[in-house]
Design a protein around this ligand. Structure first.
Ligand code: GRF
Length: 200
């Protein structure tokens, strides 16, 4: 069994999509971690009997306790799915190249601190770029700068609002994240010549 821990902060559409799309595989969401006691993603986890743990970025001890729990669960991969806090270095070190994040734009553009949710889509809309999309990347100690694993693009040349971009990109996110998780579970994501490569 390939064991996942999914970090969330919001409505949880990526968590739901992942949960639905990995069922037939040997992959299991063993824990949901959040900085928010009440959010759609936590409610979904509780409804589906997935153990929930909470962290507080103002209390490093909460992460030390979490690491112990993740070890007990034999977690193979940490997935950030709308988690809005920065992952502390202690966790990045403990799970080196075993933490991925989904970002709602084509990194390295439109990434970095403060670039989340609608902030991203407003910046994309105002830039007048004709393409946006989603990126799944490894998480390191710098916001949105880990090696890029996979991307999916959407044509936004005719959109009329940032909300339209958000809707198009979210659809791609719901395909891209499960795709990458499955490839990692099959050991089909490798680092070669300083690039992350997905093996077909
Ligand atoms: C998604 O747009 C994701 O790219 C970003 O946060 C949002 C999470 O949405 N990291 P949800 O909570 O999965 O619906």
């Amino acid at each position: 069994m390939f064991n996942l821990a999914v970090f969330v902060s919001g409505r949880g559409s990526n968590l739901r999509s992942l949960f639905d799309k990995i069922r037939e595989d040997e992959i299991k969401i063993c824990a949901v971690i959040s900085d928010k006691k009440k959010c759609g993603a936590v409610e979904f986890a509780i409804q589906n009997s997935i153990p929930v743990f909470f962290v507080d970025n103002n209390d490093e001890q909460s992460y030390f306790l979490l690491i112990e729990e993740l070890k007990k669960l034999s977690i193979d991969l940490i997935v950030l799915a709308g988690f809005l806090k920065k992952i502390p270095d202690v966790l990045v070190d403990e799970f080196e190249n075993k933490i991925i994040n989904i970002h709602p734009a084509l990194l390295p553009s439109f990434g970095g601190k403060g670039m989340y949710g609608m902030n991203v889509h407003r910046a994309v809309f105002n830039s007048s770029v004709k393409w946006s999309g989603a990126t799944v990347h490894f998480v390191n100690k710098v916001y949105d700068e880990g090696k890029i694993i996979a991307q999916a693009v959407v044509d936004i040349s005719n959109v009329n609002s940032p909300e339209e971009i958000a809707e198009k990109v979210l659809e791609k996110e719901h395909e891209l994240l499960p795709f990458v998780v499955k490839k990692i579970a099959e050991s089909k994501v490798v680092i070669k010549d300083n690039r992350a490569i997905v093996i077909d």
